[in-house]
Design a protein around this ligand. Structure first.
Ligand code: TYD
Length: 142
């Protein structure tokens, strides 16, 4: 996947299986079956104070699947040309984000949990944290 060429239209909402019974629900997610990559890291954001935003970066190689494990929040996706805002508010739905897209997470509800499944382990050199640098990274291919 050429992360310089990815666009907001390469993101997709994935609906997972929801196994329900009177005692509650289960949503399983399996590598390369329910999502288009193998998971090498899981992390979650929680206790986000009202009005705060997270993200504000792009990744060179990392693929991610973002789920509202509880509550809701918005994800702003930006490919340097077009932008799109996705609201996540169900634990059985996730947003797949390929590499090479700027993202910001905002409008967290009280008690929201943002669960992230990631294709790679943490690597600071995979981040593009400067927006102008991101635009240059994307422009170099077009
Ligand atoms: P960062 O990804 O910038 O957070 P966000 O995009 O949600 O604002 O990470 C914040 C800090 O946490 C940064 O110093 C790196 C560290 N961190 C890890 O050590 N491991 C991880 O898996 C993640 C996601 C972050």
């Amino acid at each position: 996947m050429d992360s310089k060429k990815t666009t907001i239209y390469d993101c997709s909402i994935i609906h997972f299986n929801k196994i329900t019974n009177t005692a509650g629900n289960i949503t399983p997610i399996e590598n390369s079956k329910d999502i288009p990559f193998d998971v090498n890291r899981v992390y979650y954001l929680y206790d986000v104070p009202g009005g705060e935003s997270r993200g504000g970066h792009a990744h060179r190689e990392l693929q991610q699947l973002i789920i509202a494990g509880s509550g809701s929040f918005d994800i702003l996706i930006d490919d340097g040309k077009n932008k799109r805002v996705v609201n996540l508010n169900r634990p059985y739905m996730g947003l797949y984000i390929p590499p090479g897209l700027w993202r910001e997470l905002l409008n967290f509800s009280s008690g929201a949990i943002c669960l992230v499944l990631a294709s790679r382990e943490y690597d600071e050199s995979d981040y593009i944290r400067d927006y102008e640098g991101f635009l240059t990274f994307k422009k170099n291919t077009r």
